[in-house]
Ligand binder design. Structure first.
Ligand SMILES: NC(=O)c1ccc[n+]([C@@H]2O[C@H](COP(=O)([O-])OP(=O)(O)OC[C@H]3O[C@@H](n4cnc5c(N)ncnc54)[C@H](O)[C@@H]3O)[C@@H](O)[C@H]2O)c1
Length: 342
């Protein structure tokens, strides 16, 4: 266990506040900032922190760590400023709006000796942690392929929010939920090249994608793993599903609690002569444990600086290279990406 930290929070929207809720009792939020002063004031009042007028005022409080949970276009510059001010940083995914921004942050991380964790909280859901451990243990034989689906149905006006504005979001659902599936695939199967991508803007009135389907893997291999991912803003009933096919078992996670339903890990173990498998179902309660677990991981990596960062900038760089390769396959999305103000 590590001691309490002085925390600064920049961006007090939905996730900034979720991050605050996930802190330990001995962590102290010293200052918060949001360009919407009323949001900063609400968060500051809840935790007894200073509602700062600027990012500089937050950094002047010399926080040990800064949580960055602003719009995507702001993530990289705020992270770099926080590192230069001497803080370690937990920045929300996607960490920036281009692979180049992630590379630049890696350089700042290296130059300052501070550490960055990217908010890949999905790695910290207990069912996904157990699936990853089961697959990597080799108990079920080697991993052959993955299939993952993730989607939500937006809300009225979703296409007028910053997430649908290329200059602020960098792109659509491929970045919104796709980043998580790309990161989970990377974590479970290792880095896989983009084989093909299909992007659509089918329902929402925006230039960014509302659906993305990716195939990852080497095309002409008989042995290396591959993955099929679909993310969508037209999933009228929120859903999360990730299936991992090993030589002797299929492992499946369903649900992410809350509107995504209860989280389960189902392991179908094949009999030597095939036929119906023996099925084990593990359940994990109704609470979203990922935010607190990710915070504990971040604190441990900040305390023990030799410890690898589970979900750091190198992982974000892989995810961004995959996203950029997918957008590059389609002229309309190349034009959309040209609007990205990086
Ligand atoms: N891990 C997850 O499951 C998950 C889920 C949702 C969102 N996110 C990520 O969290 C981040 C924030 O998303 P959100 O849902 O909280 O959005 P949000 O719109 O609720 O909050 C973003 C906040 O950032 C503020 N902001 C914008 N520019 C700023 C700046 N320069 N300085 C300070 N504040 C600024 C906005 O005023 C707003 O309050 C995004 O990177 C998003 O991708 C992660």
């Amino acid at each position: 266990m590590t001691g309490g930290l002085k925390v600064g929070v920049i961006g007090c929207g939905l996730i900034g506040n979720k991050r605050v809720e996930a802190l330990d009792a001995d962590d102290v939020v010293v200052a918060v900032f949001d360009v919407d002063a009323s949001k900063a004031a609400t968060t500051a009042q809840q935790v007894g922190a200073i509602a700062a007028d600027s990012i500089e005022q937050v950094l002047a409080e010399r926080p040990d760590v800064v949580v960055v949970a602003a719009t995507h276009d702001q993530l990289a510059p705020i992270t770099a400023a926080s590192l230069r001010a001497g803080a370690d940083v937990l920045v929300e995914k996607p960490g920036g709006v281009t692979a180049g921004q992630i590379e630049a942050m890696l350089a700042v991380e290296h130059a300052t000796g501070r550490r960055v964790k990217v908010g890949f909280n999905h790695r910290f859901h207990p069912a996904l942690q157990e699936l990853q451990a089961e697959v990597s243990s080799g108990t079920h034989g080697e991993l052959m392929h993955l299939r993952a689906r993730y989607g939500h149905g937006g809300r009225p006006g979703y296409d007028r929010e910053w997430r649908a504005e290329p200059s602020r979001s960098g792109g659509g659902e491929l970045i919104d939920q796709g980043m998580h599936l790309i990161d989970l695939t990377h974590w479970i199967a290792g880095p896989l090249p983009l084989h093909s991508a299909l992007l659509r803007t089918q329902f929402w009135d925006t230039d960014v994608d509302d659906n993305a389907a990716l195939i990852l893997g080497v095309g002409d291999s008989r042995v290396s793993p591959w993955a099929m991912l679909h993310v969508t803003w037209t999933e009228w009933k929120n859903m999360f599903s990730l299936e991992a096919y090993c030589r002797t078992a299929k492992l499946q996670v369903d649900g992410l609690v809350r509107s995504y339903g209860p989280q389960t890990l189902t392991i179908h173990r094949m009999a030597p002569d095939l036929g119906p498998p023996a099925t084990e179902v593990r359940t994990y309660g109704t609470e979203d444990l990922s935010w607190r677990a990710e915070w504990q991981e971040f604190k441990s990596a900040v305390a023990d600086r030799q410890r690898p960062m589970l979900g750091g900038l190198a992982d974000a760089l892989y995810a961004w290279q995959t996203v950029e390769a997918a957008y590059a396959t389609s002229a309309p999305y190349q034009a959309m990406r040209a609007q990205v103000g990086a």
